[in-house]
Design a protein around this ligand. Structure first.
Ligand code: GLP
Length: 242
């Protein structure tokens, strides 16, 4: 794993955006795996700046997102569909037809997941996968457990994740209990992986992911087995790693 040390959140965002920008410039028809959460918001803002400056062209890019809440309509501000449009897609020239997320409104979990696996297969796999990191070491919504799951699956969110994500909702009762997420196998199939991590509260999870044993109890620890992972983290997030 390559670890890039950033001074703070803004520096992390600039560095991560530069890595994604390089991918888009070098391969204009690339497939980007995209993430939600508060951590990549600054990265997306930097990419929007790059587009506005005329440095970046997203017209050939295809995107596949990691996950989506089950049961939230696209119009709900907390849906990841809404998030992606609000933070990136509406501000750059990516073709909306080439942006993909799991269908949170498909009530049949098996169908939602197998449909999404077909989408990922049809775009030919992911060139660069952007990830955030959950406090419990989750990536996408792959929650701590006994196994690493390969493909897209429906997850029951842990109390810790529900608690961490309640800040986006009016009340904790409004946080969906289930989500559809790309599996660890699919994430690991990406040619390159970029993980962004910020803040002292993420330091234990980052330490476990980078230096701990490879275990499904910390799903991000599996990234140690991938040949091309770049961690861009600020000093606070790196504070427990020597
Ligand atoms: C959510 C998302 C993850 C994200 C994580 C961390 O649960 N499903 O993809 O990485 O939260 O979010 P944040 O960046 O807001 O800490």
């Amino acid at each position: 794993m390559k670890i890039i040390r950033a001074k703070d959140y803004n520096d992390m965002s600039r560095k991560a955006a530069n890595i994604i920008a390089a991918q888009v410039i070098l391969k204009p028809d690339c497939v980007l795996g995209l993430a939600t959460g508060s951590t990549p918001i600054g990265t997306y803002a930097e990419l929007v700046k790059g587009y506005e400056n005329g440095d970046l062209d997203f017209s050939g890019v295809t995107s596949v997102n990691l996950d989506e809440y089950k049961g939230l309509p696209r119009t709900a501000e907390q849906s990841y569909y809404y998030f992606m449009h609000d933070n990136l897609f509406s501000h750059v020239n990516i073709d909306p037809a080439n942006t993909n997320l799991p269908d949170g409104m498909e009530p049949d979990s098996e169908k939602a997941c197998s449909d999404y696996d077909k989408v990922i297969e049809s775009v030919g796999g992911v060139d660069l996968q952007l990830l955030g990191l959950g406090h419990n070491g989750h990536i996408g919504f792959n929650e701590p457990g006994d196994v690493f799951k390969y493909g897209t699956h429906c997850v029951k969110l842990t109390d810790r994740t529900i608690d961490a994500n309640k800040r986006f909702f009016d009340s904790i009762d409004d946080v969906p209990r289930y989500a559809y997420t790309m599996g660890i196998g699919t994430i690991m199939s990406a040619k390159k992986i970029l993980i962004v991590v910020s803040g002292e509260d993420k330091a234990p999870a980052l330490r476990d992911a980078v230096c701990g044993p490879i275990t499904p109890a910390c799903q991000a620890s599996v990234l140690q087995l991938h040949g091309d992972v770049t961690v861009v983290a600020d000093e606070a997030a790196l504070s427990l790693i020597k």
